[in-house]
Ligand binder design. Structure first.
Ligand SMILES: Cc1cc2nc3c(=O)[nH]c(=O)nc-3n(C[C@H](O)[C@H](O)[C@H](O)COP(=O)(O)O)c2cc1C
Length: 283
């Protein structure tokens, strides 16, 4: 039986994110097993930057619910992630968990090829920021295959329940059970990254473009109707299993460099240890 896991990154009970996940799940047949997790109910600690989880066979040393989430994701066949926009970005739970995903870099096989759809809710027109990009990249750090994403404006809990939003939710949900359509074109009419769909792009006066999220490069050309972006094909993206394995190796080599240069650098760092301007925080 196909299993779909819904992740809700909002603390708000029956809020817009929760409703969207439930709506999407309800568009799937009864034969699909459905489970949901509210990310804010999990005990997730902040990454300590200790790099103990590298190399890949080691787990994170922090004792919290991250392992539980990993197991649930591994057991799922498809994933739905919904997050509100907070302070122009995703909900903190997305960032907190995203910061803990170094150990996943070289373990793509555990999560890869699971279809994923994402939904972002923002309250104020023009205030959506980079929330969608952050949520999609969170999914991609798990190597999930993001087959669709929607963003809806809705401030008050329940405001998301409207015909246009539900119709989009339905067509996205169906992508989880329909065969994938392949698009190999390197040209996009919309001003978004052809590789990861991000709208966070850097434009240079010479007409070159760069996706800030996945580092795809390309050019922008004028056409009789406006502009179009053309991206340079590359062997793999940073979010592909090969890309993240590469990144894992880079981090591993940095860890080795750290160990090799630790003594020398600790001498250089020493003078900074005498400055004690820290505010004493009472427990
Ligand atoms: C702390 C906080 C920060 C928010 N920041 C933004 C924001 O930057 N942009 C925006 O459009 N809406 C913002 N909102 C509004 C939420 O995105 C909006 O109410 C959304 O519907 C909440 O979804 P939920 O019901 O799933 O929690 C913020 C809400 C909160 C509580």
């Amino acid at each position: 039986m196909m299993k779909v896991l819904g992740l809700v990154a909002s603390p708000r009970k029956l809020g817009n994110s929760e409703i969207l996940v439930k709506a999407m799940m309800s568009f799937l047949p009864d034969t699909v097993e459905k489970e949901m997790i509210r990310l804010t109910d999990l005990d997730i600690k902040t990454c300590k930057a200790c790099y103990s989880c590298l190399p890949e066979e080691r787990n994170c040393i922090l004792k919290d619910d991250l392992g539980f989430l990993f197991e649930k994701l591994k057991a799922a066949d498809a994933v739905i992630i919904a997050s509100p926009c907070y302070a122009l970005g995703p909900h903190t739970s997305i960032k907190m968990i995203g910061d803990r995903l170094l150990s996943v870099l070289a373990n793509s096989k555990d999560y890869a090829n699971k279809k994923c759809i994402t939904a972002i809710v923002y309250g104020v027109p023009g205030w959506e920021g980079y929330a969608r990009e952050a949520v999609n990249n969170f999914a991609r750090f798990f190597h999930l295959d993001v087959v669709g994403s929607m963003i809806a404006q809705a401030a008050i809990p329940g405001e998301v329940i409207r015909q246009d939003v539900m119709a989009e939710a339905q067509s996205l949900a169906l992508k989880l059970i329909q065969p994938a359509t392949v698009d190999n074109s390197s040209v996009t009419e919309a001003l978004i990254c052809q590789d990861c769909g991000s709208s966070v792009l850097q434009f240079s006066p010479s007409g070159s473009i760069r996706c800030v999220m996945c580092n795809a490069h390309g050019t922008m050309q004028t056409t009789k109707d406006g502009y179009r972006l053309s991206f340079t094909p590359r062997s793999h993206s940073r979010f592909s299993p090969a890309g993240s394995e590469e990144h894992g190796q880079l981090l591993q080599s940095l860890k080795s460099k750290y160990i090799a240069t630790q003594q020398e650098l600790s001498e250089k760092r020493k003078p900074y240890s005498k400055d004690d301007w820290w505010v004493k925080i009472e427990p």
